[in-house]
Design a binder for this molecule. Structure first.
Ligand SMILES: [Zn+2]
Ligand SMILES: [Zn+2]
Length: 253
């Protein structure tokens, strides 16, 4: 098993105050954002890739917000735009359907060609080396988690004690469980299933209590765990915490 993935996995499961896989994902993302804002942007090998891919809308936003290495971003953007332009713009001119008229026969081939051009644009817009690297890292993390659960009793205890696994990461863990032998999968999934059941139950109770607090008769009752239950439910459902932190909703209210 690859040691370089074991250390961050151990750390994430030691200090977990939410879904440990969300923490791992966030750290991986921060590393790759830094990498692509660093000297790598000037390296020909990296540029060969980013000329083709650019970055997905989400990561472009994050690169933009970090406000470092504007020159590097500008150079990357310049050659990526040129590559994209060369790939699609001339073709697009050729895709303009010819007019149909009395003397001309109907030709509906343009429909397929327009859809194919749209598909090509969509896939280029979505392409992103940061997403690719993160997906790759997450795949390794999940492999290591299942391996450590089976081979390391201390880790198994920590795994069973984390606050929760969000649903998108539960799904990744289940896919990993599907690669294990039946006995290992049984132990792994029984812990996941038990935790998941309890997580849903307590979140449902907390969110319900949140709604009941709007009833004037409950006005003076203490909030208990329910004050941030909407944000916790959103994090649980989405694995994404950017817009679901409690500070954000305070600003809005
Ligand atoms: Zn998660
Ligand atoms: Zn991305």
């Amino acid at each position: 098993m690859e040691k370089i993935y074991m250390i961050p996995v151990n750390d994430a499961y030691t200090d977990a105050c939410g879904c440990p896989l969300c923490d791992l994902k966030e750290k991986a993302e921060r590393n790759y954002l830094e990498y692509y804002l660093g000297p790598s942007l000037m390296e020909p090998d990296t540029r060969k890739i980013t000329n083709k891919t650019g970055f997905c809308p989400d990561h472009m936003g994050k690169l933009n917000r970090s406000v470092t290495n504007r020159l590097g971003l500008g150079l990357m953007m310049h050659t990526h735009l040129k590559d994209f332009h060369a790939d699609i713009s001339s073709d697009l001119k050729n895709l303009v359907p010819t007019g149909s008229g009395l003397m001309k026969s109907f030709n509906t081939e343009y429909k397929g060609r327009l859809n194919a051009a749209a598909d090509r644009i969509d896939s280029r817009v979505a392409a992103c080396p940061i997403c690719d690297k993160m997906n790759d890292a997450m795949k390794h993390y999940v492999e290591v988690i299942a391996w450590m659960f089976i081979h390391d009793n201390d880790f198994r205890t920590r795994f069973s004690a984390v606050p929760f696994h969000c649903l998108p990461h539960l799904s990744m863990l289940l896919r990993q469980a599907a690669t294990l032998n039946q006995n290992d999968a049984r132990e792994f999934v029984s812990v996941l299933a038990e935790k998941n059941y309890n997580d849903f139950e307590s979140l449902i109770d907390d969110v319900e209590f949140f709604t009941l607090k709007f009833d004037y008769r409950n006005q003076d009752k203490p909030w208990g765990n329910s004050k941030n239950s909407i944000q916790r439910a959103m994090r649980f459902l989405s694995s994404d915490r950017r817009d679901f932190d409690e500070q954000q909703s305070k600003k809005q209210s």
